[in-house]
Design a protein around this ligand. Structure first.
Ligand SMILES: Nc1nc2c(c(=O)[nH]1)N[C@H]1C(S)=C(S)[C@@H](COP(=O)(O)O)O[C@H]1N2
Ligand SMILES: [Mo]
Length: 245
């Protein structure tokens, strides 16, 4: 325990004084500190801790919208205009049984609800009621192979420069009981701006991990060869991968 406290205090000393995170993102020493903080978080807290759950009276009924614009391409417009009946979630990669799941199939699985707080790295939070399928149930259908270590979420939107949004979790995070593929937000089918028809929700990690407009879940042994190799759109811009809260 003493050793842990020592490590923790040297980390906070190293982090002290970095008020403007944005200006430090290109500093490699800053990255080293972040990465060691991630490892420490992981070692001390593991992935078993549960995020706090709130009461109905705490819900922000006007849940804020953030991130890139809702996809505007004709493929998405067609999906939306058909009330997402043509949508299928693809689960593939290092799995025994690749899946192609319609929304109705997902809705017929056991659904879980949690009222949890979403924390955006930009400094705002909102409490929402998230209802959906446990990600681990979907992974169980697909049966990850023994070499599988991460799940990549491929999204339908793009950054202003045209780069696709994507995210990743390791299999432990993905099997967290509160990690949901969300179908309903605040008692309504999730709307287009919040990631319809399916978005990830991981209340134990920062907001950018909770990918909206998920089209495909790819199970992989490593994400080194995916886009710029850092495990997510924002991670490729220098944000931390683990992003635990
Ligand atoms: N596909 C996709 N997912 C995304 C984003 C995005 O731009 N595209 N933004 C992330 C960020 S930074 C936040 S804070 C949340 C915002 O979710 P909300 O619009 O439901 O509040 O979505 C996350 N997931
Ligand atoms: Mo965010």
């Amino acid at each position: 325990m003493k050793r842990r406290l020592f490590i923790a205090s040297s980390l906070s000393a190293a982090l002290a004084g970095c008020g403007a995170i944005g200006t430090r993102l290109n500093d490699s020493r800053f990255h080293d500190v972040l990465n060691s903080a991630e490892a420490l978080n992981h070692a001390l807290l593991g992935t078993r801790g549960l995020a706090k759950e709130y009461a109905e009276s705490d819900i922000d009924w006007n849940f804020r919208v953030n991130g890139f614009d809702t996809p505007m391409d004709s493929a998405y417009a067609t999906l939306m205009n058909g009330n997402y009946r043509a949508y299928h979630l693809i689960v593939d990669g290092a799995v025994e049984r690749p899946q192609r799941l319609a929304l109705a199939q997902l809705r017929s699985m056991p659904l879980q609800t949690n009222i949890t707080r979403h924390d955006c790295v930009e400094g705002w939070s909102a409490i929402g009621k998230f209802r959906g399928v446990q990600l681990r149930d979907v992974l169980d259908l697909a049966q990850p192979r023994t070499q599988a270590r991460y799940v990549i979420f491929h999204c339908m939107d793009r950054s202003p420069e045209g780069l696709p949004y994507y995210e990743s979790l390791n299999l432990h995070q993905a099997r967290h009981p509160q990690a949901l593929l969300v179908l309903d937000l605040n008692d309504r089918p999730i709307d287009a701006d919040h990631g319809a028809p399916l978005r990830l929700r991981v209340p134990t990690q920062l907001g950018y991990k909770s990918a909206k407009w998920v089209a495909r879940i790819e199970v992989v042994a490593s994400f080194a060869t995916i886009f710029s190799g850092n495990g997510g759109y924002w991670e490729d811009q220098g944000y931390e991968w683990y992003a635990g809260i």
